[in-house]
Design a protein around this ligand. Structure first.
Ligand code: GUN
Length: 296
């Protein structure tokens, strides 16, 4: 039987409508939530992500500005911009789009963001707090995955969740989030990676299988237990001469084959990607509320 398709774009649209209502309420008190996006260089995918984030802010009634620096920007100039944004009261949230060009130190850039403005949830302070179960800004893609599961009726509590991929943006924080003793957590989590032995033997044990390794189509049907819930975090461009743009977007899951076997699956595009943006807006609204209360 064909899998149920978990449409992240529909869930995200509902969330964005709730966020827009919250923004309007806050704006009526004179505070307009603002997001600064920092984009370095000319990576085409990053430019698309940042543009989509800017549009989503505008749709929700938020203020946003993109600071586009040239690819050859030096670390000191990037850090100086982040310092300015940290003290600019128009911005409640700051996002440094990743990946940065190879000569820049990503970890140092992320650490320079004031944790009070870390709406991406990538600062070590945010991630440490999340790991310890303290209130903080949750990283956007992991919390987007958690929301898709919860809002589709798949509470991770007690389920075996297998995550394939251990990036700082997705795999590691997602494992921490889903193992928390908290609503939306309480899962038994296994993280697989490039050094995992017998990957299929582990992924086939998953009640919920999350693909987050950035390898197009890597999760084939033989890696999936019949009836599993499959979440595809990958967004990969593959050449496609038949498309006007010359490429198409595919996930880390071999969609057609896995959809024939799974109970539910997220599509690419239209799955987790729009949820990441919705969670970013949600964090930015929260940051603006905190700042408004502090200034009262
Ligand atoms: N690049 C890919 N995903 C993300 C994300 O969630 N945040 C940032 N800043 N960069 C990304």
């Amino acid at each position: 039987m064909a899998a149920r398709v978990l449409k992240g774009n529909e869930i995200a649209a509902g969330l964005r409508a709730e966020i827009a209502a919250g923004v309007a309420e806050l704006a009526a008190t004179g505070v307009r939530p603002g997001l600064a996006a920092v984009l370095v260089g000319d990576d085409p995918a990053s430019a698309v992500y940042v543009r989509n984030k800017g549009r989503a802010c505008a749709d929700a009634g938020m203020f946003s500005e993109t600071f586009h620096l040239p690819a050859e920007t030096v670390q000191a100039d990037l850090l100086a911009l982040i310092d300015c944004l940290n003290t600019d009261p128009r911005f409640h949230g700051i996002l440094v789009q990743l990946p940065l060009p190879g000569h820049l130190n990503e970890a140092a850039a992320i650490e320079r963001v004031d944790p009070r403005k870390d709406v991406d949830g990538l600062h070590p302070v945010s991630q440490g707090r999340m790991l310890q179960g303290e209130p903080t800004y949750l990283p956007c893609t992991p919390s987007g995955v958690q929301q898709v599961l919860l809002r589709s009726g798949y509470d991770p509590a007690g389920r075996h969740v297998v995550i394939v991929g251990r990036s700082n943006i997705v795999g590691k924080p997602l494992a921490a989030l889903l193992m928390q003793r908290a609503p939306g957590g309480n899962a038994t989590v296994t993280v697989c990676h490039t050094r995992t032995r017998d990957l299929p033997g582990i992924t086939r044990q998953a009640d919920i299988l999350i693909a987050a390794m950035g390898v197009p189509g890597a999760i084939t049907a033989d890696l999936v237990r019949a009836g599993a819930v499959v979440i595809d975090v990958g967004i990969n461009r593959v050449d496609d001469a038949a498309r006007r743009r010359g490429y198409r977007l595919v996930g880390d899951v071999d969609y057609a084959a896995v959809a024939a076997k799974a109970e539910a699956i997220t599509p690419v595009p239209g799955g987790i990607g729009p949820m990441t943006i919705a969670m970013l807006l949600s964090n930015t609204l929260d940051a603006a509320r905190v700042s408004a209360n502090a200034n009262q």
